[in-house]
Design a protein around this ligand. Structure first.
Ligand code: ADP
Length: 529
């Protein structure tokens, strides 16, 4: 192929467009590294990998163990001259997926390339364009291969599930050709148009959730899941890894800044409510830069500063005031990225005619939960002493009002039935004027007759609540087993769990037993039917 092109090149006048096209193709072809026999070095690389992972990452014991097992298999397959399986990290942002991949590359002494697949719509982006017009080039995998000038590189492919709609099928099957050890020794890039051996490339992919990745692709991967850190782990990561990294990045050394333990705890707990440590790293970076400016100013003699004072003075100023508010209740959610957290359900009463208005990018199911919750509250308004007779509509008397319910983060789509309990509590709080303390969060679907039914994502939700310093969670009775199985004893010991069967039990748990004025016991009998 190359020889034929070379002959053509000699016949075509220099400076012509076609001459340029052929020339750059040949340059490409000759720069692709062709098979050679380098194998993983014979030194005890598993021990080296373990040491590197430990040096770069706190905790993650199970993950590191899985990774070492995976590398052992890679090694064995290599002995049998077969390409490695790719491996895939799945977990919320900032939980260390990329940096684990980097550590593996360092340990194996392989060049490392990051390939971002976020937004790849067309298979040509991976496979390249046919060489029919000027300006075409090879696809991502092959370009990266050229860049490293070495075929045994380690590629980290990020954002696998973020691919746009478009021709998804094509993209998935092309990716499979790149990743699958059974097929990738003869990968056909459209531009190069000569089979290329990708089988010695070690692919590590990252994604936030498993959903929307095609099944054949999943089958070819070793999946390693990361779920997020507790406060305690975050504190250690911050002290041992993030702070030194930020100090180095900002040209300070450890003696110039003293972040006290309470100050660090404050940053960890108040400033960030994520599963990973990205915002924490950013927040620490902010503090370090603030100190760096002070230092620079004091060197200039333009400001008198006390360097040893630490950051506590600054961070305490903006301490969030957690106040109890009427009509606001914390619900538990799992975001699109597989990360659990708390989300306030906000309600207010506005002059109107008895209608319910729902905002915050809500889907049909969650909107129906809102209607259900309001109907339940209207039905029991008399029992809850909101109205003075069973026939009175609390939205019409004494003044006609509309209720507006909003779930913040308006740009993020929300759906699902699990906000039923929280919405009911928010309406009750709004109409009775009684508040739910801010250390309580809840999840659960409700039925029209006031039963509470189970919901999904309990582990993520509880972990998210713990991160947000919620100390009491209200969950459906039928989700008891999920907490026992999926939530670690340390977290279970630090939080109070109330499992409820009915809306009434949920209200008692949220507002405190005896806080709401119930009329008689009729409701209790009815709701236990
Ligand atoms: P992801 O790829 O999962 O979004 P990153 O790998 O980019 O996350 O991690 C974000 C930052 O947090 C990086 O600076 C990383 O080194 C750091 N980090 C994450 N987990 C740990 C850990 N267990 N120990 C030390 N640093 C960590």
């Amino acid at each position: 192929m190359g020889v034929r092109e070379w002959r053509r090149l000699k016949r075509i006048p220099q400076g012509s467009v076609e001459n340029g096209v052929i020339r750059s193709y040949l340059e490409w072809l000759t720069s692709i590294p062709w098979p050679n026999s380098t194998r993983l070095k014979t030194r005890p690389f598993l021990a080296a990998a373990r040491a590197q992972l430990d040096a770069d990452h706190f905790g993650l014991e199970k993950i590191k163990k899985r990774l070492i097992e995976y590398l052992a298999v890679v090694r064995l397959k290599e002995k049998a001259s077969r390409g490695p399986f790719s491996c895939k990290f799945v977990g919320p942002p900032g939980t260390g997926k990329t940096s684990l991949g980097q550590s593996v590359a360092k340990a194996l002494d392989r060049p490392f390339q990051r390939i971002s697949l976020g937004g790849v719509r067309d298979e040509a982006e991976i496979r390249g364009h046919r060489r029919t017009y000027e300006g075409t080039s090879s696809g991502t995998s092959v370009s990266q291969l050229k860049d490293t000038s070495w075929r045994r590189f380690l590629a980290l492919q990020g954002g696998m599930e973020k691919r746009g709609r478009g021709r998804r099928g094509g993209v998935s099957s092309t990716l499979l050709e790149v990743l699958d050890p059974e097929q990738n020794h003869t990968f056909n890039d459209h531009y190069i148009n000569v089979p290329i051996d990708l089988s010695q490339v070690l692919f590590i992919c990252t994604a936030n959730t498993l959903e929307s990745i095609s099944t054949p692709l999943l089958d070819r991967c070793e999946i390693i899941q990361l779920s997020g850190y507790t406060y305690d782990e975050k504190m250690h990561i911050a002290r041992r890894f993030l702070l030194p990294k930020q100090l180095q990045a900002n040209g300070l050394d450890a003696s110039q800044i003293n972040i006290t333990e309470p100050a660090l705890l404050h940053i960890t707990t108040r400033y960030t409510r994520e599963a990973g440590v990205r915002s924490l790293e950013r927040a620490i970076g902010g503090v370090v830069r603030y100190k760096a400016v002070e230092w620079a100013e004091s060197l200039d003699g333009t400001a008198q500063t006390q360097q040893q004072e630490g950051t506590s003075s600054r961070t305490s100023v903006s301490q969030l005031k957690e106040e109890e508010r009427r009509g606001v209740v914390y619900g538990l959610v799992v975001m699109g990225q597989g990360e659990g957290g708390i989300l306030p359900v906000e309600t207010i009463a506005v002059p109107g005619s008895g209608k319910l208005k729902l905002t915050g990018s809500l889907g049909d199911v969650i909107k129906e939960s809102g209607e259900l919750a309001l109907s339940w509250v209207k039905r029991h308004a008399y029992d809850l002493c909101i109205t003075n007779s069973r026939t009175e509509d609390p939205l019409k008397f004494p003044d006609p009002i509309d209720i507006h319910l909003h779930l913040p983060a308006g740009a993020q789509k929300k759906d699902g039935p699990s906000a039923g309990v929280a919405m009911t509590c928010a309406f009750v709080s709004l109409l009775t004027g009684t508040c739910v303390p801010a250390n309580i969060a809840m999840t659960g679907e409700i039925t029209l007759r006031g039963r509470v039914t189970p919901v999904g994502g309990i582990k993520e939700k509880v972990l998210g609540a713990h991160r947000a310093q919620v100390t009491k969670v209200i969950l459906p009775w039928a989700n008891r087993k999920d907490v026992e199985h999926d939530v670690s004893p340390e977290i279970r010991n630090e939080m109070e769990f109330v499992f409820v069967r009915t809306v009434r039990e949920a209200l008692e748990a949220a507002f405190g037993r005896g806080t709401l004025g119930w009329r008689g016991e009729s409701l209790l009998l009815e709701s236990r039917l």
